[in-house]
Design a protein around this ligand. Structure first.
Ligand SMILES: [Zn+2]
Length: 127
């Protein structure tokens, strides 16, 4: 006797801010991947179906999206994350201060002494 069946797995891939087509709110949407696997004796062997869904966290409506679009959304979320990190680096006054010290004859304290206030010496926007 052979026992076989299917088993579904759900993976949450990303959370995206999208304008919902149902409620019209720019709210967070979860991007999920649903993988159906063929099982033999309750052991999952191989996936035979992969589908992607977005779900609005505001009204709860769920939409199936093509795999290509899901990959685009995933890449978009990764780009958003990288931009956020980049902004944090740009606002870091210590990175600029280190570079300025190397350019200014190797003395890292000369720039800070002229500025009197440490905040001015490390601010890249006032130079
Ligand atoms: Zn909605």
């Amino acid at each position: 006797m052979i026992i076989f069946g299917t088993k579904g797995y759900i993976y949450q891939l990303a959370i995206l801010t999208l304008v919902c087509g149902q409620c019209g709110n720019p709210s967070a949407h979860t991007l999920r991947k649903r993988v159906s696997k063929f099982t033999l004796f309750f052991v999952p062997l191989f996936p035979y179906s992969t589908k992607h869904y977005t779900q609005c966290t505001f009204c709860g409506v769920e939409h199936q999206v093509p795999n290509e679009q899901a990959e685009q959304l995933l890449a978009q979320s990764a780009t958003q994350a990288q931009q956020g990190v980049g902004q944090q680096h740009g606002a870091n006054p210590f990175a600029q201060g280190g570079q300025g010290g190397q350019q200014g004859g190797g003395n890292p304290f000369s720039q800070g002494g002229q500025g009197q206030q440490p905040g001015q010496g490390g601010n890249p926007y006032q130079r």
